[in-house]
Design a protein around this ligand. Structure first.
Ligand code: PLP
Length: 394
């Protein structure tokens, strides 16, 4: 056992079923372990390393910033925070303002606080109910784990905050709306739930109903956001105007950051919400650089070229292994292949790693692929070659 494994087993709480591998360096979509073995990374740290590992532009930007200052607290103005907010709002196409936290769960907590304050202020009834979907995932804090529509995650940690109701699917949301509902929170492509995109017409219809009833629509774009689906936000595909959007994973290129943005620009007053670390110089400098890199790639077509190439190679791979995979799901660089059963999926992931490609699981039966948005054609080719070897050796 390496020293890391020994230390981890002795001192780190065992909340993760870790794979037996320790990566020590990376270069765009390539990873290297302690033996110097090379892997193609089709997981990018669960959609976090949006611009690849060891991105030189992000690293240079961070290094130059931290030589000057890393943190002051939010009691003072922070230039890269203000700039990151501008870049995010402009890229979204929505007329919104941002609040910065440190993670997806925290962004969603902020969204729920906005919704609850909206419910408190608006109308006579106190509106507090937030409707989410079965198989959703919204985070691991007490509130966001309760917002998550997966009963298996609600063991042990109660009592929970009241007011979370789960709809079986998007078409079932409307029937649950009542006088106490302040918001509906959804992922447009359920990430952890199995890379399942929601039906566009159903989302558009729901958005219309919510607007009529003055109920907020919160879109959790923690995984789908920051060009993961090919557009800055998955919401941009759905022709809807959300009231609140949350972002996190891909935004900092590996540096922890979360954002809740809303069109309700006046909802919070000083003191209503806050974060010690949120939006500091380190994380927002990283976010600014990630936003610049990806918006350049979006403008010059390299992003859509990369996505098309990945999609076509994935299609070939899927067709070559129709005995194992039952369907192909997802949008852009957020892809999934349904596997005939969970045991086979576990084997595929392990064999893939042995052959030198890192892939993920989602839900019970979905092989999930979330490569860096900067992945090259050579890396894509190498990754699928390794995946083919893994499947052929099952
Ligand atoms: C990962 C994820 C979260 C939680 O983000 P953390 O940074 O782990 O708190 C919330 N919502 C969605 C959709 C996610 O994919």
């Amino acid at each position: 056992m390496s020293n890391t494994v020994e230390l981890d087993k002795k001192y780190v709480l065992p909340t993760y079923a870790r794979a037996d591998v320790e990566f020590v360096s990376g270069d765009n979509a390539k990873l290297y372990d302690t033996d110097g073995k090379r892997y193609i990374d089709f997981a990018s740290g669960i959609a976090v390393c949006s611009v690849g590992h060891a991105n030189k532009r992000v690293n240079d930007a961070i290094y130059s910033q931290i030589q000057k200052i890393t943190h002051t607290s939010n009691l003072y103005y922070i230039a890269p925070q203000a700039k990151a907010a501008q870049k995010i709002v402009e890229a979204s196409g929505y007329d919104m303002k941002c609040f910065f936290g440190n993670s997806g769960a925290e962004a969603n907590e902020g969204a729920i606080k906005i919704a609850r304050k909206f419910g408190e202020k608006d109308g006579e009834l106190k509106r507090y109910k937030v409707i989410t979907l079965q198989h959703s995932f919204h985070g691991r804090t007490i509130t966001t784990v309760k917002a998550t529509g997966q009963e298996k995650m609600h063991h042990y940690f109660g009592p929970y905050p009241d007011g979370f109701v789960y709809a079986d699917d998007i078409n079932h949301v409307e029937s649950l709306l009542d006088d106490h509902t302040c918001a509906v929170m959804i992922e447009l492509v359920q990430g952890e739930g199995g890379v399942q995109p929601l039906d566009k017409e159903a989302v558009v219809n729901l958005a219309k109903v919510l607007k009529e009833k003055n109920i907020l629509l919160i879109i959790d774009e923690v995984q789908t956001g920051v060009y993961r689906t090919g557009k800055f936000l998955a919401s941009n595909y759905y022709d809807i105007e959300p009231d609140i959007v949350t972002l996190a994973k891909g935004l900092g290129g590996g540096v922890p950051i979360g954002v809740v943005m809303t069109r309700l620009k006046e909802i919070f007053s000083a003191g209503d919400h806050g974060s010690t670390f949120g939006g500091n110089f380190l994380s927002t400098t990283a976010a600014c650089e990630v936003m610049d890199i990806l918006s350049e790639m979006n403008a010059d077509g390299t992003l859509s070229d990369g996505i098309s190439y990945f999609e076509s190679e994935l299609e070939k791979f899927y067709n070559a292994h129709r005995g194992v995979f039952t369907s192909k799901v997802g949008i852009g660089m957020m892809c999934g292949l349904r596997v005939k059963d969970g045991d086979t999926l576990t084997k595929v992931i392990q064999r893939a790693r042995e052959e030198g490609v890192i892939v993920l699981k989602a839900g019970r039966d979905t092989l999930r692929l979330l490569p860096a948005l900067t992945i090259t054609k050579e890396e894509i080719d190498e990754g699928f070659k390794a995946l083919n070897r893994a499947l052929n050796s099952l």
